[in-house]
Design a protein around this ligand. Sequence first.
Ligand code: PGA
Length: 249
Amino acid sequence: MRKKIIAGNWKMNINHLEAEKLLEDLVKCDIKDNHEVIVFPPFTSIPAALKVALNSEIRVGAQNISQYENGAYTGEISSDMLLTLGVKDVIVGHSERREIFKEDNEIVRDKAKKALEDGFHVILCLGENQEIRDRSKEEDFVKNQLINSLKNIDIRGKNIILAYEPIWAIGTGKTCSGEDAEKMCFFIRKTIKELYGEDEASLIRILYGGSVKAENISDLMARDNIDGVLVGGASLKSESFKKLINYEV
Ligand code: PGA
């Protein structure tokens, strides 16, 4: 049985003092059996978050990672720096990295490759924008993103998790319906089966992200092909994130 994931992406919010406070509250939560909770603070808040989360069931990950080993890459954070802190989870290819910071599939692929080789659990994000959805081309687009973001990487036996995050549903309050999210996650699993075989397809976890909140989490989590959620806005406040951790089954 695939373990479910509730992941909170704090984006460029929550300084280290706020992170400490938020986590002090979150670590008191009972985490359901067969569930994992991971938070992704900004880099500078990671040490404080790790300190509070130590000895709890909550994991602390990073929102980004460099594809390079080390050297003259101003502003970048390496895999070694994260591993030395004790970080094991990383997000790559978030749509904000792709859209705002112009990370294309090739860059995303290099980051995913480096992180997987170094033993991280990698959450790879995929998802179409409104214009593509309006033309009903979302499946072609996501398939192409998936193939090219993983080109020449054999993910079998690696810790990779996929996150379907339609851009039009991120931070907009416009939720993708449970049916539509399930349909795409089913399609992604089918594509993984074509590319990597039945075993990988049945093992891989696929998350949904985009305006997840207390009102829609139970419906999403109950779907056959959705193994968890990647949450932005609702993970920033202890009150709203706790509601997600304690969602009704
Ligand atoms: P949101 O963000 O929950 O605020 O829509 C989701 C994400 O970008 O991961």
